[in-house]
Design a protein around this ligand. Structure first.
Ligand SMILES: *[C@@H]1O[C@H](CO)[C@@H](O)[C@H](O)[C@H]1NC(C)=O
Ligand SMILES: *[C@@H]1O[C@H](CO)[C@@H](O)[C@H](O)[C@H]1NC(C)=O
Ligand SMILES: *[C@@H]1O[C@H](CO)[C@@H](O)[C@H](O)[C@H]1NC(C)=O
Ligand SMILES: *[C@@H]1O[C@H](CO)[C@@H](O)[C@H](O)[C@H]1NC(C)=O
Ligand SMILES: [Zn+2]
Length: 310
């Protein structure tokens, strides 16, 4: 009798004491999990001073000419990638170390380990970072670690051990055919633990053209899921990737956090900036050609007036 109770206790005690972390949406359905504002109870670093995501206020971003264009390696190669549903943290595409980035004032060469997406319940929300308060429909994160490390765990130990590239997905009227391979793959992994593959996948299929990526924002932050380790050099690109409303809706319908609970709104709310500076790249950020022309014509009028007065 007592030994049976002891066995039962040992089996269930861990589940009773450690609460799973989750996003707000799941918490509303199932109050058994800990939502973003409570992550800090179990993961103290989630309450740190350099947390991500943040709202980027473009007028406050400081120009840094050292932030040259990033050099992308392996981004155009066809690769066979594994895609896995991890439940509360979403779906991940595993990337090979032949995919690398350097330049752009990064302190080392970083190799890719995985990519994943954050999305909302409709196209009005979804991204983690916001630009001047605007949230995009989706955000893609490509996670890289310093080449010398063998795992994310090792890289977290280094304050600049991880480099994440963030890309915004914006709703457009046209469907983006190349994105359908990701939607289809997500359809094959509806439940936590399910695994599939995407053959002959190219990163450039799901990114804005590499030539348009010289404008970006840079700041020091954290992982946006627990333990929220403050070990990330963030690079958030200005150029967005267009997908259709239908494609955003389809992504929302493919996967489940758990049986019966759709995987939606898997984004963390923006965190306090706490005096951090957001830098913008050498080429950042294009103003519309219209305002340049307006500026030039005003200058011309001023010069004209001065020459008349002389
Ligand atoms: C650019 O790099 C140089 C040399 O590393 C450094 O001295 C300078 O402070 C950097 N500029 C900015 C704006 O960070
Ligand atoms: C991807 O998988 C296919 C079929 O299994 C194989 O023929 C091909 O060589 C693989 N490509 C790479 C880059 O591994
Ligand atoms: C983290 O860094 C410390 C000190 O450099 C080292 O002793 C430890 O083994 C490292 N941990 C991991 C997981 O790499
Ligand atoms: C996906 O996961 C569910 C739930 O664990 C399982 O029942 C199902 O067999 C899995 N499907 C595949 C294709 O692995
Ligand atoms: Zn992410």
């Amino acid at each position: 009798m007592w030994s049976t109770l002891l066995v039962l206790y040992l089996l269930f005690a861990p589940q009773i004491h450690s609460v799973q972390w989750c996003y707000q949406n799941l918490y509303l359905l199932d109050e058994m999990c800990s939502e973003p504002s409570q992550w800090v109870k179990e993961f103290p670093v989630c309450g740190g001073q350099k947390q991500s995501p943040i709202n980027i206020v473009t007028s406050k971003a400081r120009h840094d000419p050292n932030l040259s264009s990033i050099i992308f390696e392996g981004y155009t190669e066809a690769i066979n990638v594994t895609v896995q549903n991890f439940g509360n943290s979403g779906a991940v595409l595993v990337l090979p170390p032949s995919v690398r980035i350097r330049g752009g004032d990064l302190p080392a060469t970083y190799k890719a380990i995985q990519l994943h997406f954050h999305w909302g319940v409709d196209h009005a929300s979804g991204s983690e970072h916001t630009i001047n308060g605007e949230q995009y429909a989706m955000e893609l994160h490509i996670v890289h670690i310093k080449e010398q490390y063998n795992s994310l765990k090792e890289a977290k130990n280094d304050t600049v051990g991880i480099a994440v590239l963030g890309f915004f997905y914006e709703v457009s009227t046209k469907e983006n055919q190349k994105f359908n391979q990701v939607i289809e793959a997500f359809g094959r992994i509806p439940y936590p633990g399910n695994i599939s593959t995407i053959p002959e996948f190219r990163l450039t299929d799901i990114l804005p053209s590499l030539e348009k990526l010289s404008s970006y924002y840079r700041y020091m932050g954290s992982l946006t899921t627990p333990g929220c380790d403050e070990a990330i050099i963030w690079t958030v690109f200005q150029e967005t990737f267009p997908i259709s409303q239908q494609q955003v809706d389809n992504i929302n319908k493919q996967m489940w956090f758990d049986v019966g609970i759709p995987m939606t709104a898997n984004f963390r709310p923006v965190q306090k900036i706490n005096g951090r500076i957001v830098y913008k790249s050498r080429a950042c950020c294009s103003t519309s050609s219209g305002s340049v022309i307006l500026c030039l014509s005003l200058l011309y009028i001023v010069v004209l007036f001065e020459s008349i007065l002389m």
